[in-house]
Design a protein. Structure first.
Length: 334
């Protein structure tokens, strides 16, 4: 037996699907760059929020003598028209965006998975009734309804408006996930392991929650990641129009909107909109890149390459380069 055969047998392992997904994701450089960017931004936002709470920092504090100061060591992102420090206001806006995105995504996942799994498992009239209701909800003009509801409850307290926005985004965004889960459940419910659970007398609830939903969880995570980014972007759009959380609570869309009202401010005081816009761009791009990386990792058609195979491929490339160099030298000598 050759040394290569011994090496391959020694390192041969049975890798679980979850481990394969993790390995595929880790070797996707773009996805890892997005993951690191998201992690760093999240860490800074959480740290700033902790500082605001521990020091009782007042984000609404006005100091006209400090207005429109350029970025410096004292004010890293400069100050706005009221002399408020933009660094902490931008990071506080990020905290609002993450709250809205995360909570609305959880709500949409709970609705989408439970409704889609119920429709796919029971089928028949229940499936038809649920899916017709899903089509009705998906036909609603999402942005128009969100804007209308936000405008109706304009006089609510800022914190209550935050919860209202979360509810609107979560309640109107579950339909796509419900269809996807339903399709997966329809194919899984006829497989042998589900037939065995029926034969053993396991209840329908346990069949759905313990045997079917875990098998679609990876697809739910991918969908949830992209829904998370969409919810943050929609909240920013609503706050830009003045229909989301209002002052004194800052949001990225509102910070950009305050600068966009005046061309002179946008031109001369660029830091008032560049930094919130850049933060929003980095957050959305990193989440989308993570989502695409997860989608590629979950895809069974994408090839999984083990560590040993990667080492062999590198060695093969090195040998090929050395051969090409030798050929070039041989031709030059001739």
């Amino acid at each position: 037996m050759s040394n290569n055969d011994k090496l391959s047998k020694e390192h041969e392992k049975i890798i679980s699907p979850t481990r394969q997904i993790m390995e595929k994701f880790k070797h996707n450089k773009l996805a890892m760059a997005g993951f690191i960017s998201f992690g760093l931004l999240l860490l800074v936002i959480v740290g700033a929020q902790a500082y605001i709470h521990l020091t009782n920092y007042d984000l609404a504090n006005v100091d006209i003598s400090q207005k429109y100061m350029k970025p410096s060591m004292q004010h890293l992102f400069g100050t706005d028209a009221q002399g408020r420090d933009l660094f902490l206001r931008v990071l506080a806006g990020g905290w609002i965006s993450i709250q809205v995105g995360l909570l609305s995504t959880i709500l949409s996942i709970v609705l989408g998975v439970s409704i889609g799994a119920t429709a796919g498992f029971f089928g028949g009239k229940i499936d038809t009734l649920i899916m017709r209701g899903t089509e009705i909800v998906s036909s609603f003009p999402f942005l128009a309804i969100a804007m209308t509801i936000s405008a109706i409850f304009m006089d609510l307290d800022a914190q209550l408006r935050l919860y209202l926005i979360i509810f609107i985004l979560g309640f109107l965004r579950w339909t796509g996930l419900a269809r996807m889960v339903r399709g997966q459940i329809l194919s899984l419910r006829e497989q042998e392991f589900i037939v065995a659970t029926r034969a053993l007398g396991i209840s329908s609830f346990n069949q759905i929650t313990k045997h079917l939903i875990p098998n679609v969880l990876t697809y739910v995570i991918v969908s949830g990641t992209l829904t998370f980014a969409g919810a943050i972007l929609t909240e920013s759009s609503l706050s830009y129009l003045g229909l989301s959380v209002t002052e004194p609570i800052p949001t990225w869309g509102r910070l950009i909107s305050l600068s966009a009202k005046n061309a002179i401010v946008m031109t001369n005081y660029w830091w008032t909109w560049i930094f919130p816009g850049l933060a929003l761009f980095i957050l959305i791009m990193s989440i989308n890149v993570i989502g695409e990386g997860l989608r590629d990792a979950v895809d069974p058609k994408s090839q999984y390459v083990t560590k040993e195979q990667r080492i062999r491929l590198k060695e093969k490339r090195k040998r090929e380069k050395e051969r090409q160099k030798r050929r070039k030298l041989a031709k030059a000598a001739m």
